[in-house]
Design a protein around this ligand. Structure first.
Ligand code: ZN
Length: 357
């Protein structure tokens, strides 16, 4: 097995554990939000905006909204503090893990540099993911969560609903396990940001480690998860390599599970004279990207029904009979092309698949 094959294997295994970590982080955070949701609903009864005659009072309504704003703000600040802590530790752990993975895979002792905690922390916080930096995400989550609740209350006021009805709308119903309320939307969106933030943090830590060891690492390879939930952009990028300091990096979208792996230089590129090396280690650092499975080759081996499930039936046929590789299903920015756009660009594949109009 070459060093680069070894690194790829390790990265795939490691990503499974990172996803588990992401899930347990989300669980912790949802726990915090749930506790605050109880508080929030309590405010609804405490500051019932309806007066004794059953009419809504603007003054009471304003008081209620202010009370809810405070509960909401405190909850999201708590979440923010908790997540900041978790991610800071994750960044350090991940960088250390990467450095160890590289050094333990190399057949000879080469010094591997681990970036400092400050450097990692600065990179994690300054690099945006999905268009925003970490701090903005925290603020935006808080603001959006409050707006949703506030709007539901105001809407209820306009529609002449009772306080009970509004509480139900916000909290959801027991029958639906409270998954039909406004608060569930808030929980979902927090979950989505946190999952993405975990992947962002791990990937930034990796990237910083690669850069700190640029003398050893030639390029970076995209590694997508091989299952039915992988997005079009990640299916297309899987196995592609990018230069060390440019090109896309995961997360490519909310909830992205992709990771990267370094591709090390060959002995020759590192300045070693191959003849000086023990025969056993000569072949291990060939600088080649491992020719192991990619999403493309993996999906090829899956039953047609599964391929259709992942791609949709037309794209499934293009993939199978039209021989259209997965990276052609997305544009340069990773946006999935519509069937109309595909038809324009890939007329040949449509014809081959017997789908030509
Ligand atoms: Zn992805």
């Amino acid at each position: 097995m070459t060093v680069n094959e070894d690194l790829l294997d390790g990265a795939v295994r490691h990503q499974v554990y990172l996803q588990r970590f992401s899930t347990s982080t989300v669980r912790k955070l949802i726990g915090l939000l749930n506790r605050s949701d109880v508080d929030l609903v309590a405010q609804m009864t405490k500051y019932d905006p309806m007066d004794v005659s059953g009419a809504w009072s603007q003054k009471r309504l304003a008081k209620l909204l202010e009370a809810i704003r405070v509960v909401n703000r405190d909850a999201y600040r708590l979440v923010d503090r908790e997540i900041t802590d978790v991610l800071r530790n994750l960044a350090m752990y991940e960088a250390g893990f990467q450095a160890r993975a590289i050094s333990s895979t190399l057949p000879i002792a080469i010094d591997i540099v681990t970036p400092s905690a400050e450097q990692l922390y600065a990179a994690v916080n300054s690099r945006p993911f999905q268009g925003r930096v970490m701090k903005e995400w925290g603020k935006d989550l808080e603001a959006a969560a409050f707006s949703r609740v506030r709007d539901a209350i105001r809407q209820g006021y306009v529609e002449g609903q009772t306080t009970d009805q509004i509480v139900r709308r916000i909290r959801g119903t027991r029958a639906a396990k409270f998954e039909d309320g406004i608060l569930q939307i808030n929980r979902r969106s927090a979950e989505s940001v946190v999952r993405t933030a975990v992947n962002h943090t791990a990937n930034v830590a990796r990237q910083e480690t690669y850069k700190a060891n640029a003398d050893l690492i030639a390029k970076v390879r995209w590694v997508a998860t091989l299952d039915g939930r992988t997005s079009a952009v990640c299916r297309g990028r899987d196995g592609q390599t990018f230069s060390l300091d440019s090109g896309p990096r995961p997360p490519a979208h909310f909830g992205c599970r992709s990771t990267t792996v370094p591709v090390t230089k060959s002995w020759r590129e590192l300045g070693f004279d191959i003849d000086d090396l023990p025969p056993g280690t000569r072949a291990s650092m060939n600088g080649q990207v491992p020719a192991t499975e990619t999403y493309q080759s993996w999906l090829k081996r899956q039953p047609a029904a599964f391929q259709d499930d992942v791609l949709g039936s037309t794209r499934g046929a293009l993939f199978r009979k039209g021989d259209l590789p997965l990276d052609r299903f997305v544009d340069r920015n990773g946006q999935e092309l519509t069937l109309d756009q595909l038809r324009m660009k890939e007329a040949g594949a449509f014809q081959k698949a017997g789908l030509a109009a």
